[in-house]
Design a protein around this ligand. Sequence first.
Ligand code: UD1
Length: 429
Amino acid sequence: MIYLDGRGKMSKIVIEGGKPITGRLRIQGAKNAALPLMAASILMGEGERLLLRNVPHLKDVETMESILSFMGFLPEREGNSLSLVAPKDIKGEVPYDLMRKMRASVLILGPLLSKKGKVVLPLPGGCPIGTRPIDLHLKGFSLMGAEIAIKHGYIEAKADGKLRGAKIYLDFPSVGATENIIMAATLAKGTTVIENAAREPEIHNLMDLLYKMGVDIGRDGESTIVIKGVEELKGSEISVIPDRIVAGTYIIAGVITKGNIRVENVNPFHMEALLAKLNEAGVRVEHGENWIEASFVERLSGIKITTLPYPGFPTDLQAQMMSLLSIAKGTSIITETIFENRFMHVSELRRMGANIRVEGNSAIIDGVESLSGAQVIATDLRAGAALVLAGLSATGITVVSKAEHIDRGYESFVENLSSLGARITREED
Ligand code: UD1
């Protein structure tokens, strides 16, 4: 059976490559913004309602809905809107089977601890792209007065009454730690200052929501965030920002197939690093206030890319760029500085004829004329998307298995690509 909506139990994507991807596409809301916004609902007082708009239909969003349901919320979906009403008593424990489905479930830790003064939650495991510890999150909570113990795979965090505002310097601008500490600080006693905080647009989205919910929160310069704790947060509403990674993926799909894509409902200012690099490689890029159009002009030139915290080049577009640069003229170098093990797509791209070698945290890509279709495995969400892009440009048939990874972050991926001219189907394994 073939499903075109990219969901359900299907797990293989089959692509007949070589057809240019062209047309316009409206981009979904950002997964990485929706998840912390949903977690912020834990901070509301009883009976308060949070209304989120532009919420994408994704596996990870469903997982967060299940976690909140377990805690007593009644999530209500209507189209792209999601409404969450705070229950009387929020459960402070979530079973391992639910938490382990998604690493980002760790985002409930900060708000729960702040709200209840005590939480017992399963420690998230590693994931294919790296060990991804949460030491920076825990260090922040302990500076705010929480006692933290790890026992039998669970984190037990306890505050003596309320958390206290604190000055917290992050050794690295971790996105999740910044979000978790911000949320923990909203109900703490006094002021919290986070230095070397992450600057990703998704964090602005969260700060905007918390401000609307009654928190005195702002930035002091680019990398310092100041939060004054309040007694209770009220309900509010906000739109999830457009997904800059999904937008970037479709733009690359256009270019890698020698086509032309216009993505709409995007914020080009969130995507400057990608647009600059595409431009440098020879792509023609134009944009307006909320759209970007990227066109293939001639074979791309090799470039150097280093992934960095925002506003640097996003690690979540590294794999997709590697597919693109595999068929550029000359040599490209991609250096990954955010995750220690995010080159698992390299061996799969090699199966498709790419000439890539890894030296430490750099991949050296000698561009080939074209890729050839092969059977490959999606090892994680973005690697999966990158292999589909490679398949779209390759000669012959590419079969990407474990395609369910892609459902975590891309809404109707197969259907969208198909509407843009790709010969692509999804099949049962
Ligand atoms: C978020 C994004 C993810 C993206 C990543 C980097 C969400 C739901 N996910 O993940 O898509 O790839 O940002 O842009 O928003 N680290 C520590 N200790 C910590 C926390 C992080 O050492 O306590 C390390 C991690 O192992 C990793 C690096 O810091 O090497 C970046 O992690 P972080 O910014 O926290 O990413 P996430 O929030 O997990």
